[in-house]
Design a protein around this ligand. Structure first.
Ligand code: GDP
Ligand code: ZN
Length: 459
């Protein structure tokens, strides 16, 4: 049972138009009410109402700050507890002073990172999958990733996992009845039933896992390495990508500058540019770190952009690089097409396929849309469709779904070869637990702590 009250600044720290202090718990209304002077006492106010007034310094009785207070009585609030949100309009000092005044109240303490969301989870208002989607919302690197996370936070994916669990629990109940009341002709029927129930669960898991690749990419960005000889235009490409396609998340609290700089959104496709600093300083992968090292850098890349110079014939180092990236997901950018062609494009196309070769001029800003289409083809099986945004995107969920799939496959196989039903029961139960772990029903405390520790303060 949670019986203390927590408070924190819920908006980004720094100079801003307004800041919000969020207070949640049994003492929220009483505690804030004591230092809030307004027309209606907070303690007497109705739920879901907004109040104008002043926060009073408890020591002097003077006003610290003019505020607007929103009151939400549990369980109709984010945490399912009594929640008071204080909107201040001042800078850092005023916000801090108001928070200090709140924290002086009996049984109110500063919140840990993620503690509001954790309470929403512990109070059963959201499941673990939805809580993780809240982290994804804060961190999303593109419009699309944001929309995917929002769907998950709303619980669209949780509902499908719950339905899956229902299928599995029905099977488990059926098996357990047969273990407790064995009758001679039930065994055959049970084997058929196991195949049927597992089959429909496996189909649904298959459908969900089909979205996992794209989902993971949307969530985490495509790890992209830009390689090429000196002077082919890598830094110029990087600059165009980062300047014109800034990640849209600048005003979302919890995102840090360096994270934003690493990500660019190419028409909704989130690219995570590797080794950005290196390229910016015009150090070149092959030259600086050598072929061996760039090979290992390339290992981590989901996508390699190999840049060649249209205005020069193929250099020995170009050929080395082409060899190096062969077999990786690569798009070759023939840059500087504004200059006369000297490069044997035919040779490059015969090696990588014409679909993977893009003609581009970074300075003339030509070819960016072809690049985007090529990436889209490579990672999203064609055009990104804006309709269905139900994706499994979190590696934790993906791996638990795979575990559940394996357990169900084991159950089917065991039943096919006539293995006793109490052994099969173990597989089915394991599948049920894996699915439950996605939602947090069967997740241990340490996992839960670890997940919520990823949040920023005030969430
Ligand atoms: P890097 O060494 O591969 O990073 O190459 P840079 O991006 O530093 O570019 C080297 C030179 O090529 C610079 O002078 C750029 O302005 C020029 N450059 C880059 N892209 C183009 C292009 O598309 N056309 C032309 N004409 N010049 C380019
Ligand atoms: Zn460079």
């Amino acid at each position: 049972m949670i019986n203390d009250t927590i408070a924190a600044i819920a908006t980004a720290i720094g100079e801003g138009g307004i800041a919000i202090i969020r207070v949640s718990g049994p003492e929220a209304i009483e505690g804030v009410g004591r230092i809030f002077r307004s027309k209606t006492a907070l303690q007497d106010a109705e739920s879901h109402t907004v109040h104008y007034g002043n926060i009073i310094d408890p020591a002097t009785g003077d006003s610290i700050e003019e505020v607007i207070v929103t009151l939400m009585r549990g369980p109709r609030s984010f945490t399912a507890e009594d929640v008071v949100e204080i909107n201040t309009h001042g800078g850092v000092i005023a916000v801090k002073k108001v928070l200090d005044a709140v924290l002086l109240q009996k049984d109110i303490r500063i919140a840990e990172p993620g503690e509001f969301t954790k309470r929403a989870f512990l109070n059963g208002r959201i499941d673990l999958m939805q809580a993780e989607a809240v982290i994804d919302l804060i961190r999303s690197k593109s419009d699309r990733a944001f929309s995917v996370a929002r769907k998950q936070a709303e619980g669209i994916l949780s509902k499908r996992i719950q339905a899956l669990r229902q299928t599995v629990i029905e099977l488990l109940a059926h098996i357990e009845v047969n273990i407790d009341y064995p009758e001679h002709d039930v065994a055959e029927m049970t084997a058929a039933y196991i195949r049927e129930q597992c089959g429909s669960a496996l189909e649904e898991i298959g459908r969900l896992l089909k979205t996992a690749n794209e989902g993971k990419i949307l969530r985490e960005g495509i790890m992209t390495a830009i390689v090429g000889r000196p002077n082919v235009g890598k830094s110029s490409l990087m600059n165009v990508l980062t300047q014109e396609n800034k990640a849209i998340v600048t005003d979302i609290p919890g995102t840090t500058r360096d994270v934003i700089e690493e990500y660019v959104s190419l028409n909704g496709i989130p690219l995570r540019l590797m080794d950005t600093a290196g390229i910016r300083e015009t150090t070149d992968v092959v030259e600086k770190i050598g072929v061996e090292r760039s090979r290992s850098a390339l290992e981590d890349a989901d996508l390699v952009l190999l840049v060649l110079n249209n205005h020069e014939t193929l250099h020995e180092d170009d050929r080395k690089l082409m060899e190096l990236v062969e077999g990786r997901p690569v798009i070759v950018i023939i840059n500087k097409t504004d200059l006369p062609n000297k490069l044997d494009i035919g040779e490059v196309e015969s090696r990588f396929g014409s679909e993977a070769v893009i003609r581009m001029s970074v300075v003339a800003e030509q070819g960016m849309d072809q690049l985007e289409k090529a990436i889209s083809r490579m990672f999203f099986e064609g055009e990104l469709d804006s309709g269905d945004l139900t994706y499994v995107s979190n590696v934790r969920h993906i791996s638990l779904l795979k575990q559940a799939r394996q357990s169900l496959l084991d159950a089917v196989e065991a039943s096919d070869i006539g293995i006793p039903i109490d052994v099969i029961q173990i597989d089915v139960r394991t599948a049920w637990e894996s699915l439950g772990e996605i939602l947090g029903d069967t997740a241990g405390d340490s996992l839960i702590d670890q997940i919520f520790s990823q949040f920023c303060l005030g969430k």
